[in-house]
Ligand binder design. Structure first.
Ligand SMILES: Cc1cc2nc3c(=O)[nH]c(=O)nc-3n(C[C@H](O)[C@H](O)[C@H](O)COP(=O)(O)O)c2cc1C
Length: 158
């Protein structure tokens, strides 16, 4: 089975989740960072995973563009989507603002994989926003490996 994991990531959490998933998947897996290139031939892959972080209630514009550009092709393949976000209680709403209704209805897995806050890497403005909104002051990682395992198990099913 050839799998494509498409992701965007500003500070590395979504990239790490994509890597953790890759390590758990059987078959040939290709990681595609949408910030590095727009070009990918979906015809080469049998199933697709899309991962994105949420910033200010929105997904990364590059991921959004990828979904728009490849919308019809994505509807033709087994699809899973995940988001990294600091407010899991808003995950459902954020998934719906992130992906089209058609893509969400088509996806056989849609969930959050947790989040990380990396103050060392963050821009001044992003640090300020996080401190104002969440009162968090130190870097932390709350990646939910059980959910990554659950998606891997689903995708590895014959
Ligand atoms: C400036 C800023 C804004 C954020 N806005 C949201 C938000 O609106 N909703 C949310 O659930 N998480 C929000 N987060 C948390 C990120 O989604 C979380 O840190 C995620 O793991 C980042 O992934 P990345 O390292 O792959 O970019 C925000 C984080 C920052 C730094």
């Amino acid at each position: 089975m050839k799998t494509l994991i498409v992701y965007g990531s500003r500070y590395g959490c979504t990239q790490r989740c994509a890597g953790l998933l890759e390590a758990r998947l059987a078959g040939e897996v290709t990681l595609h960072n949408v910030s590095e290139s727009d070009e990918v031939d979906l015809d080469q892959f049998e199933q697709v995973v899309i991962g994105t972080p949420i910033y200010m209630g929105r997904i990364l514009p590059q991921v959004s563009r990828f979904c728009q550009q490849h919308h019809d092709q994505l509807l033709q393949k087994p699809l899973a989507v995940f988001v990294c976000c600091g407010f899991p209680d808003k995950a459902e709403a954020q998934l719906h603002s992130a992906f089209s209704q058609e893509l969400l209805a088509h996806a056989r897995f849609k969930d959050t994989f947790g989040y990380a806050l990396n103050f060392e890497k963050m821009s001044f403005l992003d640090r300020l926003i996080v401190r104002m909104v969440s009162k968090e002051k130190s870097s932390q990682s709350r990646i939910d490996e059980d959910k990554i395992n659950a998606l891997a198990a689903l995708m590895n099913e014959k």
